[in-house]
Design a protein around this ligand. Sequence first.
Ligand code: TLP
Length: 336
Amino acid sequence: MIDLRSDTVTKPTAAMRRAMAEAEVGDDVYGEDPTVRKLEERVAEILGKQASLFLPSGTMGNTIGIKLHTRHGEEVVCDHRAHILDWEMSMMAWFSGCLARPVPTEHGVLRWSDIEPVVRPRTTGFPAPTAMINIEHPHNMGGGTLFPIEKIEEICDRAHERGLKVHMDGARLFNAVAASGETAARTVAKTDSVMFCLSKGLGCPVGSMLAGDAATMAEARLYRKRLGGGMRQAGILAAAGLVALQTSPRHLQDDHANAKLMAERIGIDPREIQTNIVIFDIASTGLSPAAFLGRLKSSGVLAGSVGGTRIRLVTHFDVSREDCVCAADAIAALLC
Ligand code: TLP
């Protein structure tokens, strides 16, 4: 099977497994796991933030990010297809008591001019006040799209002038870094918090990171515990993260090239593909997503349905260029 459902399906590499087997561990709830500490310090260093926190999942990272920057009854501005809105089981309402204020965008990329009209002050008696802005970079359901760095900076500057916080859902931050050529540190410099996943393009079996200033991360540690995210001898997992940070970013350009290659073979302009995600519409086939995916599966290809008649392919380092050619040809045959 050529599995293009997500970049979450990768298996740990031999180097990761070795590092996991040999990891020095301790009880991280007591702050005594040296490998977790090393990973947290390394991530803070790469991102140019004071501190970071190792978490079981990206959903937990976004949940804590939102909780840190909001109070009950406030609003979170995000784009209308944000992962925090559609794919996290309303965690922002469940845990933080907040409403999402979704803003329509093209391919998920928010501009300050989209945000400004929906920002409400904390001082009036009628609308819910705005507390924070969520930037999803790259944007998953927008098709792996990128925010230009100047737009990220503008959103952060304008938000801060109004006393709003900015959280970056950078689940695939290193894909953004590989595609944009910006450093991770510059990309996140003006954000108040950033989450990225080790378990996606970077290929780890488990884990995500949240980073920000030291005081904010100390508070985040308490929320992680409240959510049941104290992971004890988590150095076993953090060890894979350290290997991933060192070795995986160099594969990401190949994943992006493979995504472009697939797009081209199925009739999408490859210039539209910025990272490792290809989304296309199957309405013209007259097939339901389930039928389309079923036929694809019988030709040895797994893809995912992402709403309506949209199908998503995600490249990662467990699929080769040859796999991608094969998958794209099977898809092209179904599309015509
Ligand atoms: N995305 C998954 C699914 O949930 C859709 C995927 O296969 O793409 N932010 C973004 C932008 C994400 O894409 C994801 C996962 C998360 C957050 C949540 O991460 P996890 O799955 O670790 O909770």
